[in-house]
Design a protein around this ligand. Structure first.
Ligand SMILES: Nc1nc2c(ncn2[C@@H]2O[C@H](COP(=O)(O)OP(=O)(O)OP(=O)(O)O)[C@@H](O)[C@H]2O)c(=O)[nH]1
Ligand SMILES: [Mg+2]
Length: 389
């Protein structure tokens, strides 16, 4: 599926040369969070098939409303164009239509923002019909408020004769078409959803509890899902390998049965329009008795990722679900002896990690370490959550 957003098609024979730009708020936090975020943007650009040829972070009290960057930095960026030879600039925030247009006017290259980049990746990743419809809906919703920008430059030229009429009516036509498309997509999604509702009703009747695997993107959710359920879900060391939820039945060590669901990963600065478009995942989350939150313990910003996921879950209204946290990829930590078995590996790190709570387990999804303990914890949490208050 091709991306419909202007300027976000990154599929070319030679990779596009991307320059990444971010603004860090001046203040106590310094550039740290902006650096973590722009590193992630690098991975996103890479996932979208672009080659990152330069990065720039500017510290400002607030991004400029007209050009996002300050004048000096913008000149600097512009002057780098010939030496670095970039042909797309990607901003680590959602740009307003005005900012985007001004930047394109000044830099004379394609300018896109983080949201458009994520949507572009989603468009390539969507495998099911429903996933594709959902991405298309999110893209059109992103596009609608941005249409104005494509015509208002005519007004900036002074308005008056020859600028007002045709521009505005074209804009209205475009808006109407996009609204119609959104309406059409929503009804198509609704049709698919009806089937899912029926399926879920059947599932609910069976009384088997649902455990939903949630977490930041690329933390190992699908690897864990496969290890637990012997499924064969696509796994890749890139962002957003999974878009569509998958569910499998799993028998726990005490012989009880659960349904386990793998879901789309989260990421910081994920606009709610995108989250809301993922109804299939949201409905699966709503259905779950317990969340299994997978954290990549080896990521240098694991705490921020963990917090982002908890914030998104809270924003979506899932505040009362019990959560098991699985700290994953412990096999990559130093001090691990390759001959160790599950218990030894767990004990080694549990001793060092006193923040590990009762509902937290250390695991390695690839090595299958800690899975028995994790399953026991699932049983425990389900029994607890099934008890009447
Ligand atoms: N060393 C190591 N690598 C792991 C472990 N678990 C997952 N990985 C790797 O991490 C990468 C991402 O794994 P996925 O299972 O696709 O992660 P995910 O959370 O489903 O990612 P998205 O679907 O993209 O959000 C893959 O390269 C996995 O092989 C682990 O326990 N140890
Ligand atoms: Mg996955």
């Amino acid at each position: 599926m091709r991306s419909i957003i202007r300027g976000t098609i990154l599929t070319q024979t030679s990779p596009e040369r991307a320059f990444l730009v971010s603004v860090a708020a001046k203040g106590s936090a310094g550039k740290g969070p902006a650096e973590a975020s722009i590193n992630e943007l690098t991975q996103l650009a890479h996932t979208a098939g672009a080659k990152v040829v330069g990065k720039l972070i500017q510290q400002l009290h607030a991004p400029s409303r007209t050009h996002y960057l300050g004048k000096g930095k913008l000149d600097e960026l512009s002057s780098l164009k010939d030496s670095i030879n970039y042909n797309v600039v990607i901003f680590d925030d959602e740009l307003s239509p005005v900012q985007q247009r001004n930047l394109e006017d000044t830099l004379k290259v394609k300018v896109i923002d983080r949201t458009a980049l994520i949507l572009d990746i989603f468009a390539r990743r969507a495998r099911t019909h429903e996933g594709q419809l959902q991405v298309e809906l999110a893209q059109h919703q992103y596009l609608l408020p941005r249409l104005a920008g494509q015509w208002s430059h005519l007004e900036r030229l002074g308005g008056g004769i020859g600028t007002r009429g045709p521009g505005e009516s074209q804009l209205e036509t475009d808006r109407r078409l996009i609204r119609q498309k959104i309406h059409h997509l929503k009804s198509q999604i609704e049709d698919v959803r009806k089937h899912r509702v029926l399926y879920r009703q059947k599932r609910r009747k069976s009384g088997i509890p649902v455990v939903a695997i949630v977490g930041y993107t690329n933390t190992g959710k699908s690897t864990l899902f496969n290890a637990l359920s012997h499924a064969d879900v696509f796994v890749e060391d890139k962002l957003f390998a999974t878009l569509d939820p998958t569910t499998r039945r799993l028998t726990l060590p005490d012989k009880s049965e659960v349904l386990i669901t793998d879901t789309v990963g989260f990421i910081r600065k994920l606009p709610t329009t995108i989250v809301n478009a993922f109804r299939a995942t949201l409905e699966e989350l709503a259905e779950a008795s317990v969340f299994l939150h997978v954290v990549d313990l080896t990521s240098h910003d694991a705490p921020e990722q963990c917090q982002t996921v908890e914030d998104i879950l809270a924003d979506l209204g899932f505040t009362d679900k019990p959560i098991i946290t699985a700290l994953n990829k412990i096999d990559l930590l130093s001090g691990i002896d390759p001959t160790w078995k599950e218990e030894e590996a767990i004990n080694h790190f549990s001793d060092q990690c006193d923040r590990v709570k009762k509902t937290t387990v250390l695991i390695s999804a690839t090595k299958k370490w800690g899975l028995t303990k994790l399953q026991k914890l699932i049983t425990h949490m389900l029994t607890k959550s099934a008890q009447p208050v």
